[in-house]
Design a protein around this ligand. Sequence first.
Ligand code: NAD
Length: 324
Amino acid sequence: MRAVVTGAAGFIGSHLAQALARAGARVIAVDCLTDYYDPARKRANLEVLGQYPLVEIVTGDLLDLDLVGMVEGADVVFHQAGQPGVRLSWDDGFPIYSERNILATQSLLEAARSTRLPRFVYASSSSVYGDQDRYPCTEDMVPRPHSPYGVTKLAAEHLCRLYSANYGLSTVSLRYFTVYGPRQRPDMAIQRLVQCAVDGDEFEVFGDGSQVRDFTYVGDIVAANLRAAGADVAPGTFVNISGGSEASLAETIELVARASGAELNLGHGPAKPGDVARTGGSPELAHRLLGWEPRTDLRTGITRQLEWYRNRSAKKLSRDGTAA
Ligand SMILES: NC(=O)c1ccc[n+]([C@@H]2O[C@H](COP(=O)([O-])OP(=O)(O)OC[C@H]3O[C@@H](n4cnc5c(N)ncnc54)[C@H](O)[C@@H]3O)[C@@H](O)[C@H]2O)c1
């Protein structure tokens, strides 16, 4: 298999590119190392990928690269690149979200169309649902995003669907529900909690802690992508990839405290605009169409994330110690 992974230096993209390389695929790993969070973390992810001889790393922005040349001859594009997170998508953040989530996706879809790419897998989001009247969310519900970020993810999902409808491009949009695990982005709640447990950072609870998330382990997300690459599904398919580990923020704090044995230093702040009260997705369609189901429960996943972060901190400490 010849695969293009965009956003390959990021949290999810780096896991996916690594899994593909391990399975013997030729991978073009693309990323422009945006500064949404410390690019050093992304460089470290690329270093891991660079150890696989079948991985070619391309550093550049999707809006500048020769995408036709890059996509030509590929069997599948896994489009993970994007500007994530709801909180910065307001105000003057919006143009960046529009560029990285909508315009970049449109450019890639054009390249996919003109090269007759066999399969385009898009990293969509549970944020397309917004706040709904009933849960778990199913794919037949009318999406109504609650943040500008969600609007850009939905716009890109619609672009995938209409390139399918008009040009027969075989797209599959995977609506990820809160992804966590080793290498998780540092702005996300579980990673902030892990850093609170290991480094003693303060964790600020936004709102009253009652907000519920349907957490999905990153290994399960990788598995869903691999299934989506080869599944016999109609062009334009969109499907929930939800982990089935629903927990409130207060329960998540408790789980991290128990798994780490640490006393967490908690602060309190107001709820953030754009944050929904609850996410929860039915994984039934994913099971039916892709033969996929989540395998990692929240307790196990948190333990792995803690272990990864502790090892990473220990290595950093010994490196910095040697250098000093
Ligand atoms: N993490 C989650 O819980 C979650 C949930 C739903 C959807 N998603 C989606 O999954 C994808 C990956 O998310 P993540 O958490 O790994 O984020 P991430 O920020 O770690 O990874 C995204 C990567 O894309 C790169 N990128 C952004 N714009 C680019 C461009 N124009 N050209 C080249 N590279 C570019 C960034 O440098 C970054 O490394 C995103 O599209 C995100 O919207 C993530």
